[in-house]
Design a protein around this ligand. Structure first.
Ligand SMILES: [Fe+2]
Ligand SMILES: [Fe+2]
Length: 282
């Protein structure tokens, strides 16, 4: 699934996100469904911010290989946001409003308070959380066998590409001589934002859907986070691992997960020629 010479090819995924779908599309479970709906609702703004931070940092490096990978990163994130915006229109039509819209837009309007290097550190932090979540989603959440289309394909594709470009922002931060102390402080701040944003919206979705006071919903919450392969147990050592001085996001460690996910979707995927992808993402 790789185009020769490109670290992170931009792939077009053919999906009809406006087709009717089961309301609880993730195995009939309210929490898993609305947790991923919440992620989708928050992603377009978050990915635009990450791309803006990477673009700002690109002015401070001159390594051609790193610059090329950065352009590919921006191209992949732009394609993700494009499909998630369509997904979010469908969620809105189903009566699931993005409650945090005004708050996150306000936060974005204050983004200039952070320096470009701190913005990049926040991007590194969020890419690390995304990597943990995507590893867990592809390996342990049941997305391939239990989720309905088109969400199954949307999330498998998005997770595979997130794992593919997971090291880019960290490599860029280190190339820009970002310090450990700045990274540490922003990482803790970013962790708080990530957890509160997405959990708040997930539970608001559950509430809007009339599922908040059902025992099955809370059983699903407990299983998803605290079950044998639950996200909490999976994420904790990986979240802590980032705090170690000298930690560097490894490259190429997810090849098997990426190949399996993209291989399962190969009929729906088409690689966009490089020049076109980078023009559209600019
Ligand atoms: Fe993305
Ligand atoms: Fe990403």
């Amino acid at each position: 699934m790789y185009e020769e010479g490109r670290a992170y090819p931009v792939r077009k995924l053919s999906l009809d996100l406006h087709a009717p779908a089961r309301r609880l599309w993730f195995g009939g479970d309210a929490f898993r469904t609305h947790w991923f709906n919440s992620l989708s609702q928050g992603l377009p703004l978050a990915e635009r911010y990450a791309s803006d931070c990477v673009k700002a940092a690109m002015a401070h490096v001159d390594d051609p290989e790193l610059l090329e990978r950065s352009r590919d990163f921006v191209g992949q994130e732009a394609t993700h946001s494009f499909l998630h915006r369509q997904c979010n229109e469908q969620l809105e039509a189903m009566g699931l409003h993005y409650w945090l819209d005004g708050y996150t837009a306000w936060r974005m309007s204050k983004a200039h308070w952070l320096s470009w290097r701190s913005g990049l550190a926040l991007t590194v932090a969020w890419e690390h959380f995304t990597t943990i979540l995507c590893e867990h989603t592809l390996a342990h959440s049941g997305i391939e066998s239990e989720a309905d289309e088109p969400y199954r394909s949307l999330w498998m594709w998005h997770c595979a590409e997130e794992l593919e470009h997971s090291a880019l922002s960290h490599d860029l931060y280190l190339a820009c001589r970002g310090s450990y102390l700045r990274m540490l402080l922003i990482y803790l701040y970013g962790s708080m934002l990530f957890v509160t944003d997405f959990l708040t919206q997930a539970f608001f979705n559950i509430y809007q859907d009339g599922q908040l006071f059902k025992l099955a919903t809370w059983r699903d919450v407990a299983r998803y986070f605290l079950g044998r392969k639950g996200l909490f147990w999976y994420a904790l050592p990986r979240w802590l691992g980032f705090l170690r001085p000298g930690f560097r996001t490894p490259r190429g460690q997810h090849a098997a997960l990426i190949d399996a996910a993209l291989g399962a979707l190969k009929e729906r995927l088409r690689i966009i020629p490089k020049a076109h992808a980078q023009r559209s993402a600019a």
